[in-house]
Design a protein around this ligand. Structure first.
Ligand code: 0O2
Length: 234
């Protein structure tokens, strides 16, 4: 965690460098009182991410026994930075507090599961959601219903418990599941989406090309799946 950087930038941005004024203990006490709850919140999300990653790794190992291939290609995770959390709360006009972040933001913890084949996505999602400490909050299937941009992925918002020194806490985690091809497409499209100062006509042309790429890439996913099925049959 880049806690120290955040701490430094938060402090110098607000009040300038801290002065201990001869009472370093009092200053540290104040710092801990201000920042420990924030660290604790971020740590809870980090633990939720670890729990979810472990569940997918276990499923990957177990399913590979039946399938003779690892259905999961890679798992990438992140916990939103403090800056992004504060900016998102501000944008939504919500109170900028820990309680408000925990209640209103469902994507502070994010796990992206990349599979080789499209049929593995729904199969793994069902096995994952069947676990008794996973509660489905929201499911958006952008594979069956792609976005107008061409974006495809299965999105799950779930709640899962983490066990802290103060007891059990249910945490939101956003899970994005997609194929290697969908992941490749999404990372390129993300670059266009966040590119500043791009000529609007060029942006429109590229968006159209990307939409066409998404169609071709979905067809490629389908073809690869058929080939794998034939290999398994013969
Ligand atoms: P970033 O920078 O990736 O974090 P909602 O109101 O909750 O239903 P929301 O919040 O847009 O709608 O949720 P949705 O549609 O499930 O999208 C959440 C995340 O999915 C986005 O996070 C992106 O990561 C990804 N995503 C959704 N649509 C697209 C798309 O068209 N292209 C790409 N490349 N990614 C997409 P953020 O916070 O928007 O962005």
């Amino acid at each position: 965690m880049t806690g120290n950087n955040k701490l430094n930038s938060a402090l110098s941005a607000s009040n300038g460098p801290l002065q201990a004024n001869g009472n370093i203990n009092q200053m540290l006490e104040q710092l801990h009182a201000d920042f420990d709850p924030v660290y604790s919140m971020l740590m809870n999300y980090q633990c939720a991410v670890m729990e979810v990653e472990t569940k997918f790794n276990v499923l990957n190992n177990r399913l590979s026994l039946q399938d003779e291939h690892n259905p999961i290609e890679s798992i990438k995770s992140r916990v939103k930075s403090l800056d992004s959390i504060v900016r998102k709360l501000d944008k939504l006009g919500l109170p900028i507090t820990i309680e408000s972040a925990e209640e209103n933001l469902q994507d502070i913890a994010g796990v992206r599961v990349v599979c080789s084949f499209v049929d593995d996505i729904h199969r793994i999602a069902e096995c994952f959601l069947a676990q008794e400490d996973v509660t489905l909050v929201k499911r958006k299937d952008y594979i069956q219903n792609p976005k107008p941009s061409g974006y495809r992925s299965l999105h799950l918002i779930i709640k899962t418990p983490v066990y802290t020194e103060n007891g059990k806490k249910d945490m939101f985690v956003e899970i994005q599941m997609r194929t290697i091809a969908m992941d490749f497409w999404a990372s390129l499209e993300h670059k266009l989406r966040y590119k500043k100062n791009i000529n609007p006509q060029t942006a429109e042309e590229l968006a159209k090309e990307l939409e066409a790429c998404a169609e071709e890439s979905a067809k490629l996913d389908e073809k690869m799946l058929r080939i794998r099925e034939r290999i398994a049959r013969d």
